[in-house]
Design a protein. Structure first.
Length: 453
């Protein structure tokens, strides 16, 4: 069996595929003393710690939460906890008047109170994902991966005098610099698997991608040659991995051929959001593909930090695939109307299904007897609790994964009233071995290694 470097790549014609950890990447006993080999094998076979943040906009119906979200999580019992009484005080008005949606988007991962402006002087704070990404810089090809079901926004007024940048972004590399997110699965796929020459122009890149029919066709001969040098277990693992990539590539092609839904203006002009022109009708598949690509990015160790916005904060998107043709933001302001409450709970259930899919994909990836989920901390939630009241205490938050990092879960973990959500983030940074004494408005850390509060 040929020994491979952990950073082995399959390359051809601008295509690049990083490999999962294989047995062939671990040192053999013939090259090391038995003790050194065992220690090195253990170190190389231990996957890195990772973090993923999934943002759900517009809050929830407290009467239906968390049931609406966890109905799809029965296969993950013991791998997640519903977190109660965590709050974001800096998402409150604090004298700034209306604008809870914008403040919630900006505060979710920063813990900061954004400056109320619709101009270019936006200001929030560095987000927890970027604190980790900055300290991990150089360990992976991409410091972080930002994804979203709807396009990001950087200008304009979206919520009572707050910039659209606050509603359309949750990742901030600095107080004045939101990270642009990617909503097109094709561009995410190409970012993970394509690499042109240094200084390549956008026109040359587009031409190169048009000429290549498939990423696996480009590296097929290399993959076949490598297969002859691998053990039976490694061949099986590599075949499964490449089959997964091909499946995603084909699904992206199918999505691109689907009839476009066109552009539909939101029913709520206050949020000034539109369905993107030419967007595929199957929004569910868009989110599914983005989730699957995120898992691939983690599995390949292309990045260890991912954010995914299911939609922008304040989004008024309809969900016709589950029979909800009214806008999300509209039904979140239900005023206790039974019809709207039913639709709101259905949307929250749809969002919970997206979380279940993500966790299932992560759990399915074997990493020497453990899974990607075992080494990944996943936060799912938002900075608005009751979508009708716009309060920011007892936020809807589910924390999942990380068992290999020592994290223990209980069906529900209840903390002292008013505990900052940033306390959870500070604890997560510690699990990532990122040095931080404080984050946002944190007052301490949460004891994630124990279910006792």
């Amino acid at each position: 069996m040929t020994h491979l470097s952990r950073r082995t790549l399959l390359r051809a014609a601008g295509a690049m595929i990083a490999l999962p950890v294989l047995e062939a990447m671990l040192p053999g006993r013939t090259l090391w003393t038995r003790t050194a080999a065992a220690a090195t094998r253990t170190a190389l076979a231990t996957p890195p710690a990772r973090m993923v943040f999934v943002f759900l906009p517009n809050g929830v119906d407290p009467a239906a939460w968390p049931g609406s979200a966890i109905a799809s999580l029965s296969n993950h019992a013991g791998r997640f906890s519903v977190m109660r009484n965590l709050c974001h005080r800096n998402a409150e008005a604090l004298g700034d008047g209306p604008g809870d949606h914008a403040r919630s988007g900006a505060c979710f991962l920063t813990g900061a109170h954004p400056l109320k402006t619709s101009g270019g002087d936006i200001s929030a704070g560095i987000s927890v994902d970027q604190v980790a990404a900055a300290q991990l810089a150089g360990t992976t090809r991409m410091e972080s991966l930002e994804l979203g079901g709807e396009p990001g926004m950087s200008a304009g007024s979206c919520d009572s005098g707050y910039s659209c940048a606050y509603s359309g972004n949750i990742s901030w590399r600095g107080a004045h610099s939101p990270n642009a997110k990617e909503d097109d699965p094709r561009r995410v796929f190409d970012r993970l698997f394509s690499q042109g020459p240094e200084g390549e122009s956008s026109a040359a890149r587009e031409a190169r991608l048009r000429m290549r029919s498939s990423i696996l066709d480009a590296v097929g001969s290399q993959a076949a040659a490598l297969n002859t040098k691998l053990s039976t277990n490694d061949r099986r693992k590599l075949d499964e991995y490449l089959d997964g990539i091909r499946s995603i590539e084909r699904r992206i092609e199918t999505m691109e051929r689907a009839p476009a839904s066109g552009s539909e203006k939101t029913a709520d002009a206050a949020f000034n959001t539109m369905t993107p022109p030419g967007e595929p009708a199957d929004f569910r598949e868009r989110i599914t593909l983005l989730s699957d690509l995120a898992v691939l990015g983690l599995q390949m160790d292309q990045t260890r930090v991912v954010t995914l916005m299911l939609a922008n904060e304040g989004s008024n998107r309809a969900y016709p695939d589950i029979g909800v043709n009214d806008g999300h933001h509209d039904v979140s302001h239900h005023g206790n109307d039974a019809s709207k409450l039913k639709k709101f709970a259905a949307i929250n259930g749809w969002q919970g299904e997206r979380l279940a899919h993500l966790l299932t994909k992560m759990q399915a990836v074997d990493e020497h007897g453990q899974s990607v989920l075992d080494h990944t901390m996943v936060v799912y939630g938002g900075a608005i609790a009751d979508g009708n009241r716009h309060n920011h205490d007892d936020l809807p938050v589910i924390f999942a994964g990380g068992s290999a990092l020592g994290i223990q879960h209980a069906p529900q973990r209840t903390f002292a009233t008013g505990t900052p959500l940033c306390n959870l983030y500070l604890s997560m940074l510690g699990k990532m071995h990122v040095k931080a004494d404080r984050f946002g408005d944190s007052t301490g850390i949460l004891a994630l290694d124990s279910t006792a509060q």
